[in-house]
Design a binder for this molecule. Structure first.
Ligand code: TXA
Ligand code: MG
Length: 348
């Protein structure tokens, strides 16, 4: 059997995560310093022992992730929270309100966390997940686990085991199959290093407003810079190659360029070249051509978030030259959808 970095290179084992043996198998793998892919309530993740630098190095290698990008440490108890981070009253309040769940807190780290996990920073990102299978794995592994999203670095996060197999299959031995992710976008990240000045680093299912309510103070959000919206309103499409990845602020993902629009219209879609895809938030009121897609029948932001990444992957695999995507309206998951669209458009 060929091996690279301790992981086999043959086809990964897709394990039915509802079978108790599957979780025990993944727990054995991470206890032994290996890695395993698994479902969380947000997106699928790639787990390694967070206290084992060599194990965490495998994550960076398999994902092609730069060493400068720190990992989130997943815990199962408040005891583990105190083990990995220096907590403060604001962090304990948010933990009481939203854990277990899709919220990650950035705090000063404790020495037990190896530098590779935090990319050499003095702070660590911590989350107590709610997915029952992951909680079971954390119990069996009996240690905090570093778990980034299980995608090649820079690509769309996976929301199914099949996405993981497609992106990272050759590098991983174990993939736990647990059905489509319930939330579909990654956790909300709040920086609480300075508890009197909390900052929202990444919007997610736990809304900025809910965090502000729990903390009793506003949590500044990262808005889409006006200059980008202005550019987006009038996409220039004169010459071929004009929207090539290299010309975007940052080519993130998918591979096809994305242009963001505050609103999309069917008439604009009908006038456009047939190799441009149009991604509406809700199903358009009138029948539309084959280049028109939508995230949800009614535009519900929970369902739209759940389908966002799988839809972007599907469009990325299609014949399109450009994806025109409509920005969501409102707060909460709408803010998370816009954040991911902005990153996908290379404006992140
Ligand atoms: O929902 C989630 O959080 C998923 C699931 C698998 O739990 N995980 C996830 O991990 O999204 P990842 O590695 O794809 O994204 C982690 C983000 C990165 O943007 C990273 O820069 C940030 O967390 N991060 C990690 N540690 C940090 C720190 N000490 N300070 C600031 N940002 C940090
Ligand atoms: Mg990620």
């Amino acid at each position: 059997m060929k091996r690279r970095n301790g992981e086999r290179k043959d086809r990964p084992l897709l394990l039915d995560a509802s079978a108790p043996k599957a979780i025990a198998c993944a727990a054995d793998a991470v206890r032994a310093g290996g890695i395993a892919a698994l479902p969380t309530e947000t997106v699928y993740g790639l787990a390694a022992d967070a206290l084992n630098a060599r194990a965490c190095r495998k994550i960076f290698k398999v994902k092609g992730r730069p060493a400068s990008d720190p990992l989130i440490v997943h815990i199962q108890s408040m005891r583990e929270f105190g083990l990995v981070a220096k907590t403060n009253p604001a962090a304990l309040r948010l933990a009481a309100a939203f854990w277990p769940g899709p919220l990650t807190l950035v705090l000063p780290k404790n020495p037990v966390i190896p530098d590779i996990v935090t990319a050499g920073r003095p702070s660590v990102a911590v989350r107590m997940p709610s997915h029952p299978l992951l909680r079971r794995l954390l119990k069996l592994a009996a240690r905090p686990l570093a778990i980034p999203s299980a995608n090649p670095f820079g690509y769309v996060s996976p929301t199914t085991a099949e996405h993981v197999r497609h992106g990272l299959g050759r590098g991983i031995r174990h993939i736990l199959e647990g059905g489509p992710a319930r939330i579909g976008v990654e956790s909300t990240i709040v920086d609480l290093r300075y508890p009197e000045k909390p900052r929202l680093l990444r919007p997610g299912a736990i809304s900025r407003a809910a965090i502000a309510r729990a903390l009793g103070r506003p949590v500044p959000a990262r808005a889409i810079p006006e200059r980008f919206v202005a550019k987006i309103r009038k996409p220039r499409r004169s010459g071929p190659g004009q929207l090539a990845p290299g010309q975007l602020a940052r080519h993130y993902s998918p591979h096809i360029p994305i242009i963001l629009h505050p609103r999309l219209s069917l008439s604009a879609a009908a006038r456009a070249p047939s190799n441009e895809a149009w991604l509406f938030l809700r199903k358009p009121p009138k029948p539309a051509g084959p280049s028109v897609f939508w995230l949800d029948e009614t535009g519900d932001s929970g369902r739209a978030a759940r389908r966002l990444f799988s839809t972007l992957r599907r469009l990325d695999a299609g014949p399109w030259r450009i994806i025109h995507a409509e920005l969501a309206r409102g707060a909460g998951l709408a803010e998370a959808i816009n954040d991911r669209l902005r990153r996908a458009a290379g404006l992140g």
